[in-house]
Design a protein around this ligand. Structure first.
Ligand SMILES: *Cc1c(COP(=O)(O)O)cnc(C)c1O
Length: 379
């Protein structure tokens, strides 16, 4: 690339010039190319280690056999929306479909953020919130998280700090519950009390990408809040428990007037026909979701026990990953794991340079990870 500044760059939006691109988990192929390894496991992007439901695989295979891809997909997502509406017991006018829930966060930013507007979120929040905000040339207000030595929820969202940062200029506040990259969560009653405090002119986005993994007693039941708070938006995804990350499907539940606006900025065919089909079938197989959640629960107990035995501190998590402290620079251990064919997520870009985040895999994958971790620590 030329080192001479191109004249047109001065017309690029300042927010875009300022943003750091999202760094995704390293793809298996890339590590294969780089190190010539063959037996690689990826525990870096919180995907479902069981893959999608067998019913989804069958439906996709049947569709592929027909090769019927020449027609545009249903731009309105009629069938999927009907399934989602039935699943949640709500009207389809409250649903917006997204190419992953990331898409919905971008729609929300497009509709409600712009120059002079502010978005509020916590430290250690999902990396997409500042990205979507800056891309709109809006300002990011970052509330302090709970401190690293907090007895109950280190690095967790501090709802009081978020509430204190609410001003009339804040048009959107975004909270992931449970949160990624920490796994931490906010308690249901406290969260509803927070939502109730948010001015009616400010949108509250509850990003529930990991909601299915919550212990039943901790599930917030936020869907019922939609009737009480017209400024509430809930986002859900098929990427995590449903095992469809590669196809891209998510949705938002909101007041119909919000859904109407989000649908105006959506590209007409934002979900492809395979994503629509797979999501529809996946939603119908709740037994598969339950299986993934159960595997996650038992393996999380095991991984936590092993971390403790290794003297490593782990953040509390209600999600499908664990974020742990090596008590020293994590980069060499990250590298050591890569060399042993195990991809996890470094946390340096989140300003947590001594931490790594590992997605909970199958029993065999977790054993591989633990063996590699022990070897990397001893190296
Ligand atoms: C994974 C994740 C999502 C989902 O992203 P998709 O675009 O639906 O794949 C959303 N929010 C958080 C916090 C996540 O970790």
């Amino acid at each position: 690339m030329s080192t001479i500044e191109q004249p047109f760059l001065k017309n690029a939006l300042a927010g875009v010039m300022a943003l750091e691109p999202y760094s995704p988990g390293m793809p298996i192929d890339e590590l294969q190319r780089r190190l010539g390894l063959t037996d690689i496991i990826k525990l870096a992007s919180n995907e479902n280690p069981l893959g999608p439901s067998p019913l989804v695989k069958a439906a996709l295979a049947e569709h592929a056999a027909k090769g019927n891809v020449s027609l545009y997909p249903d731009g309105g997502g009629f069938r999927l929306k009907a399934k989602i509406a039935e699943f949640h017991g709500i009207d389809t006018s409250r649903i917006t479909l997204g190419n992953g829930s990331n898409d919905l966060l971008v729609f929300i930013a497009r509709v409600f953020l712009g120059p002079g507007r502010k978005a509020l979120f916590s430290e250690y929040c999902f990396a997409v919130y500042p990205l979507a905000t800056l891309a709109q040339n809006a300002e990011a207000i970052v509330a302090k998280a709970l401190p690293p030595d907090h007895p109950r929820m280190p690095y967790g969202h501090d709802l009081d700090a978020l509430a204190a940062a609410l001003t009339p200029e804040v048009s959107v506040v975004m909270i992931a519950n449970p949160n990624n990259p920490t796994g931490t969560w906010v308690e249901a009653a406290a969260l509803e009390a927070f939502v109730a405090k948010v001015p009616a002119s400010t949108l509250v986005v509850l990003d529930e990408a990991y909601i299915e993994y919550f212990e039943p007693s901790l599930k917030p039941g936020s869907r019922a809040w939609l009737d009480r708070y017209p400024n509430l938006v809930i986002t859900r995804t098929f990427s995590k428990t449903y095992g469809l990350a590669g196809l891209r499907a998510g949705y938002a539940l909101s007041h119909p007037s919000v859904a109407d606006l989000l649908n105006r900025v959506r590209q007409p065919f934002n979900l492809n026909m395979l994503a629509l089909l797979a999501a529809e079938v996946a939603l119908g197989d709740q037994a598969h979701v339950a299986k993934a959640v159960e595997l996650n629960r038992s393996e999380m107990v095991r991984l936590k026990t092993e971390f403790t035995a290794l003297g490593l501190k782990v953040l509390p998590s209600q999600a499908n990953f664990l974020t742990f402290d090596l008590g020293r620079e994590a980069a060499p251990i990250h590298k050591g794991l890569l060399e042993r064919g195990v991809i996890v997520r470094p946390m340096a870009s989140y300003d947590m340079p001594t931490y790594l985040r590992v997605s909970i895999g199958t029993t065999a994958e977790n054993t591989r990870f633990l063996d590699a971790l022990k070897a990397a620590l001893a190296a």
